[in-house]
Design a protein around this ligand. Structure first.
Ligand code: 5GP
Ligand code: ZN
Length: 110
């Protein structure tokens, strides 16, 4: 089972900030900013390349909930990041979106 499936199943502990029947949001173990949350579907989808018409409801639900999750962490301005594949730096092959904020990031993406 992949690392985030283990976290979703509760086999590995995490600092949860939001959970419902479709998604889990928890604090990144190695935060790059004052707020750094990972939002994952509870169904295993490896990366953006594996999003389909059947499972895209998890992705739309994640984006419906991101504003609420961010607000619960005290931010209304933030960056949402997804790394897809090795070159992009994806290290956990279970789809997740980083919510990063609480610091001024400027206009440059990279
Ligand atoms: P990626 O590089 O795949 O986009 O992001 C993976 C993220 O997962 C990294 O930011 C890393 O710090 C985080 N991470 C890796 N292992 C764990 C863990 O066991 N618990 C938590 N909460 N975050 C983790
Ligand atoms: Zn998984």
């Amino acid at each position: 089972m992949c690392l985030f499936c283990e976290i979703i199943n509760g086999n590995i502990p995490s600092a949860k900030v939001y959970e419902d029947d479709m998604i889990l949001a928890f604090k990144d173990i190695n935060p790059v900013a004052p707020v750094h949350i990972l939002v994952t579907p509870k169904e295993h989808i490896a990366c953006v390349n594996d999003i389909t018409a059947e499972n895209s409801k998890f992705v739309s639900h994640i984006f419906e909930k991101i504003p609420e999750i961010a607000k619960s962490q005290g931010i209304e301005s933030y960056r949402v990041i997804n790394n897809c594949g090795e070159d992009a730096g994806q290290t956990v092959m279970h789809l997740h979106f980083h919510i990063i904020g609480g610091v001024e990031m400027g206009e440059k993406i990279l």
